[in-house]
Design a protein around this ligand. Structure first.
Ligand code: ATP
Ligand code: MG
Ligand code: MG
Length: 386
């Protein structure tokens, strides 16, 4: 009987638990929230803070190997666990992904271009920011997600104000780039160095939150996909990474002078875990990103996943739940009457604006059929078309 442990009890942990249990593993989740989506479906639920030494000791006692599902699980907690159990990804990799300055330095080390940027930790660094980085986006180095902890600034004065509004915490300023589209690549790397990938995901964000992911042959030009996959693999290899890693990219509008000299494709950021943009793999691929996570953790073979159907994923945010206090839910019956719709709900007790409550995967015989179904589902649910 083997138990796999996960730090964090959100939806990513829940889908990891499901994948692990399907393959015969027992699971343990550490999360302070008694109603956490993963904790509620796991064999063991250790309800304590991520830094509680007793909780970490209990997790290491019940679980033979441990992973993480939440970017902001403190890296030192993973380092503590690694004294007694294999931990994947390693604390050092997670620590780099948790800090935008360290993350960008790693991209540069790997020879993968990212947006021109400056690290801002001191007033001197702020004063020395070159005009070529404006207009830009100021991002806190740590803890940002879904576009939180960011400010768009056009002038040096606005930059000074924005940094002050952010309490002068360490930040990076990135040049604002002209985006043609956004995409991401998920790789899984084993401790033996073997590395496989899911096909490239094309992503649409709304209000800083992922809204739609489309995956089908030709969603971006083939050469671009090959470059992004190679870049993601070199980023993983440069970390000696073990586990599932998602790398987000920008494809630039090269007609715009602000894209000059960047080669058309730049890396944005990485997530040391399965990613929202990889959820389509649960229904459209023969191996999902969560099964890949289980395989990397349990030292099972990694095989290149095969996508067997074009797919579109629609994120289901709390915005589409009725606000009348009736406890009602969106019209799932109507959506599930459409062929090729796969509903995933995370078991969260309360819907709120922008909160990720679930996702809908749509598969079908062709991307045209999938898109037509996805547009119907979006209309039924009151989600903007794409
Ligand atoms: P996530 O939830 O994906 O972790 P995040 O809060 O870490 O998001 P980023 O991915 O850094 O945020 O940025 C959010 C979005 O803002 C990007 O997906 C992109 O649409 C836009 N954006 C970020 N940086 C730039 C840039 N340098 N130029 C143009 N647009 C950008
Ligand atoms: Mg991020
Ligand atoms: Mg992002």
């Amino acid at each position: 009987e083997i138990t796999l442990g996960v730090m964090g009890g959100g939806q990513l942990g829940r889908m990891f638990v499901h994948a692990a249990q399907r393959m015969g593993f027992f699971t343990a989740v550490l999360d302070p929230d008694p109603h956490s989506p993963a904790g509620r479906v796991s064999h063991h639920h250790i309800q304590t803070s991520y830094t509680d030494p007793d909780g970490l000791a209990r997790l290491a006692q019940v679980a033979q190997a441990i992973t993480t599902e939440f970017e902001n699980v403190p890296a030192p907690a993973l380092a503590t666990l690694a004294h007694s159990r294999p931990v994947a990804p390693a604390a050092a990799s997670v620590a780099i992904a948790q800090d935008r300055a360290a993350e960008k330095a790693h991209f540069v080390r790997c020879g993968v271009p990212c947006a021109p940027y400056a690290v801002i930790e001191t007033a001197e660094q702020l004063a020395a920011v070159p005009a070529s980085l404006l207009p830009g986006i100021l991002k806190t180095a740590r803890m940002g997600y879904d576009g939180k902890g960011q400010a768009r600034v056009r002038t040096h004065d606005e930059l000074v104000q924005a940094w002050s509004a952010m309490q002068m915490v360490p930040c990076v300023l990135e040049k604002m780039l002209p985006l043609q589209l956004e995409c991401s690549v998920i790789v899984a790397r084993g401790s033996d160095g073997s590395c496989v990938n899911l096909p490239l995901q094309r992503n649409l964000h709304r209000d800083g939150i992922l809204a739609v992911t489309e995956v089908y042959a030709g969603n971006v030009p083939e050469a671009l996909e090959a470059r992004a996959i190679a870049a993601a693999k070199s980023i993983a290899q440069g970390l000696d990474y073990v586990g599932v890693l998602c790398v987000e990219f920008f494809v630039l509008d090269e007609a715009d002078p602000a894209a000059a000299g960047l080669g058309g494709l730049v890396v944005n950021e990485m997530a040391p875990r399965p990613h929202n943009s990889g959820h389509y793999s649960m229904d459209a691929c023969d191996v999902s990103q969560f099964e890949l996570q289980v395989r990397t953790l349990a030292h099972l073979p990694l095989v290149q996943p095969r996508q067997h159907s074009p797919a579109i994923m629609l994120n289901l945010l709390g915005d589409i739940w009725p606000e009348d206090g009736s406890g009602g839910v969106p019209p799932w019956n109507d959506v599930l009457a459409l062929p090729g719709t796969h509903l995933h709900l995370y078991g969260k007790l309360k819907a709120s604006r922008g909160r990720k409550m679930g996702h809908l995967n749509i598969t079908g015989p062709s991307i045209e059929a999938v898109r037509s179904t996805a547009l119907q589902a979006a209309q039924i649910l009151g989600i903007d078309a794409f």
